[in-house]
Structure formats: C-alpha cells, structure tokens
Design a protein around this ligand. Structure first.
Ligand SMILES: [Zn+2]
Length: 212
C-alpha cells in the first residue's frame, strides 16, 4: 500500500512529458508501483489527448504513416526489456541496468552501497542506494531537491515511514537522518539536483513543497 506520492503538479508535468529524464525515471518507477498515480496519469494523458484532438490535424505523408505502422508491429528491443533482476525492479528502471543488481559495480561506503545511473545528465545526481537493515544514512552533502523512491525494505525519518513504492520529496536543509528498517536491506532510487540548483519550471514546481 503506497502512502507517499508525488505532488499533483509533478504528475501533471510528468504526464505532459515536461520533466528531465532523471525525474521522469523516478516518477515512472513510482507510477509503475502505485495504482493511484497510474490512474491519475492515465486521466491526465486522456485530458492531453482531448487537447491534441482539438488542434487542426496535420496531414501525414504515406511514407510516415507506413513507418509508424511498421514500428508498432515490431517487438520491443532487447535492451528495453527487464533483465530478470533479483528483486522486482519497476519496469522503467530495469531498462537502465545491463544485468542483475548483484552484478552491477556498486560503490560501497560502510553500510551503504551506491550505483550511479544516468551519469550524463548535468545538474542531476541519479543513483540506486542499498542500505543495510537498521543502518543510519550518512549525512547528506548535496544541496537542493531530493527525490527518494523506495524499491525494497523501507526507512523512517521525522517526516514519515517509507516502504516500497513510497516517494519522499525533500531538500538538504531538512535536517534528517533516515534510518533503514530492520527487516531487510533498503533499496532506493535517489535523484538530487546537486551540485547545481534547479531553475525553471521544475524548480518552481518543487519550491512550494520545499518551503513547507
Ligand atoms: Zn502514487
């Protein structure tokens, strides 16, 4: 049962395809685990479809139409399919890993192991984190926003208790030290905008939350 969700504004931007890839990855993974947000995104996309239909139709060439139909008939490329992960990774995330979690190049730091993802995105730090059961997270050194999606196990801080599918939104000025649940290793997908501060639409959307 997922209890912590993205804001309505974030879901709207996501449904419109307007968020950067690292943020889209976190939201896609959350939506794949959360029936509530899946229904909301479907509703928002339907609204977007109605808006599109109200626009003047552009004529589509016969060659373009044939190409689209051909693409629709093809099976998904192997690289886009999940690779039999050792835990149930959300489908949008599995496509970013070249093999099972255990075979990835984890960077271990005490009770925490990190696996960087989407390393080419300036201004974003995207990674999977594994935290030993019962361990306290290290002090954060980033500045700016932080999105944490729990994929296995869970953690607690003064803002709540987060389990599989829950999304925690916060910033580093929030003085918190998350502690992993005792029952199993905690696996999270974490996106921060360190070291650069987010600007533009996305930063503005998060700001009302970050001030609260
Ligand atoms: Zn949700």
């Amino acid at each position: 049962m997922v209890r912590h969700h993205p804001t309505d504004e974030l879901l709207l931007e996501y449904a419109a395809g307007a968020v950067p890839e690292p943020v889209a990855l976190v939201l896609a993974a959350h939506v794949s685990l959360c029936g509530h947000c899946r229904a909301e995104v479907a509703r928002l996309e339907a609204v977007g479809g109605v808006l599109l239909e109200s626009l003047e139709p552009e004529p589509v060439s016969e060659a373009c139409r044939a190409r689209v139909l051909e693409l629709l008939d093809r099976p998904a490329p192997a690289s886009a399919r999940p690779k039999a992960p050792d835990i149930r990774l959300p489908r949008p995330l599995a496509g970013y890993l070249a093999g099972p979690l255990e075979q990835q190049k984890w960077r271990r730091l005490g009770p925490v192991a990190e696996l960087p993802l989407l390393t080419g995105h300036d201004g974003f730090n995207t990674r999977l984190m594994r935290i030993r059961p019962g361990a306290t997270m290290p002090q954060h050194t980033h500045r700016g926003m932080e999105m944490t999606l729990v994929l296995a196990g869970g953690f607690r801080d003064e803002t709540g208790h987060y389990r599989r599918g829950d999304l925690a939104l916060g910033d580093a000025e929030l003085d918190h030290q998350p502690v992993a649940d005792d029952d199993e290793e905690c696996l999270c997908l974490v996106v921060t905008d360190a070291p650069l501060k987010l600007t533009g639409t996305f930063g503005r959307l998060l700001n009302p939350f970050l001030r609260s």
